[in-house]
Design a protein around this ligand. Structure first.
Ligand SMILES: [Fe+2]
Ligand SMILES: [Fe+2]
Length: 312
């Protein structure tokens, strides 16, 4: 029998679609884990998502080699409604077990019956991997349920996902301050580059000001920019001036994006968070040749940066 005339081609497409969707679902779940400040679960989901892509490719290649240009199927696929990481782990485990115990064995049986031994072998091999996926998700779901993701009853090895250092203890060590600061610095720099400010002299000053505020748990509107600059620089006046110029640049950049396209993502995300909106409006009008420039508000910008960093 040709693959083109078989039921197996439909099963291959069902499997390809299932793996592709699993990859996306796990990538979305990884994002939610990141938002929940659980990088270890983010890694678990991303690691597994990468493997689902490989599975999808195996099935896709069979369809390609069989010259199946267009395949029509009806099938059911899950939508994972909850947003809690533990629930997502439990649901993922369930989907994996279904593939392992039910779907792929039956696809393998059909492929054998239709004379596609190689396809059958792949369905069986991948079914075994899905079992490992289910076990992995269950392991982490259990740790979450028992509140043991970061503590253990016995001495155990804790690996740093950043540098690979392993520490033996009953509890995961806190992220070292230097590492935390480095992560914050990178994140702030990324935001400034999105705002077209990374090349400005004052960009570094803004990062330093934000880091100081984060460390002290304060806001620029409480402390005042002058006092902060005095802590960081021998020449606080010029530091403040550089930073303000960088903010002017950011205001211009964001306003330009808004003039080009009011739905621009960077414009919609940052214009309201980092700048007084009336100033963005004024700057947009200025770019369009109407009226005076918007005013850069450094205090407002710094507090906006802190709030945006908190959101991520
Ligand atoms: Fe898979
Ligand atoms: Fe899987």
């Amino acid at each position: 029998m040709e693959l083109r005339d078989s039921v197996t081609k439909e099963n291959l497409l069902r499997a390809f679609a299932g793996e592709s969707q699993a990859r996306n679902r796990y990538t979305f779940a990884a994002g939610l884990c990141r938002q929940n400040k659980l990088p270890v679960l983010e890694e678990v989901f991303l690691y597994t998502a990468g493997q689902e892509k490989e599975h999808a490719e195996v099935f896709y290649n069979h369809l390609k080699q069989g010259g199946c240009e267009n395949v029509t199927i009806t099938a059911n696929y899950p939508i994972d409604l909850p947003d809690q990481p533990v629930k997502l782990l439990e649901l993922a485990r369930g989907h994996e077990l279904e593939e392992h115990g039910d779907i792929y064995p039956s696809f393998a049986g059909k492929a054998e019956e239709e004379g596609f031994a190689e396809v059958a072998r792949h369905f069986r091999q991948i079914a075994e991997i899905e079992k490992v996926h289910a076990q992995r998700f269950e392991r982490f779901a259990k740790l979450m349920r028992e509140n043991k993701l970061f503590v253990s009853d016995v001495e155990t090895g804790w690996i740093c996902l950043n540098c690979g250092h392993v520490l033996t203890a009953k509890q995961a060590p806190a992220v070292p301050a230097a590492q935390k600061e480095e992560r914050r610095r990178k994140h702030l720099q990324y935001t400034l580059s999105q705002l077209g400010m990374a090349g400005e002299k004052g960009a570094k000053d803004i990062v330093d000001l934000c880091l100081l505020l984060m460390e002290r748990g304060e806001q620029a509107s409480q402390v005042g920019v002058g006092a902060l600059c005095a802590q960081l620089s021998k020449n606080p006046k010029s530091m403040e001036q550089r930073a303000r110029r960088a903010v002017e640049r950011g205001l211009f950049h964001v306003a330009s994006l808004g003039v080009e396209d009011f739905n621009n993502e960077i414009f919609s995300y940052y214009s309201a968070r980092l700048f007084p909106f009336q100033e963005v409006r004024a700057e947009m009008a200025y770019i369009q040749g109407r009226g005076a420039r918007g005013k850069a508000n450094l205090k407002h910008f710094l507090d906006g940066m802190l709030a945006a960093a908190d959101e991520d």
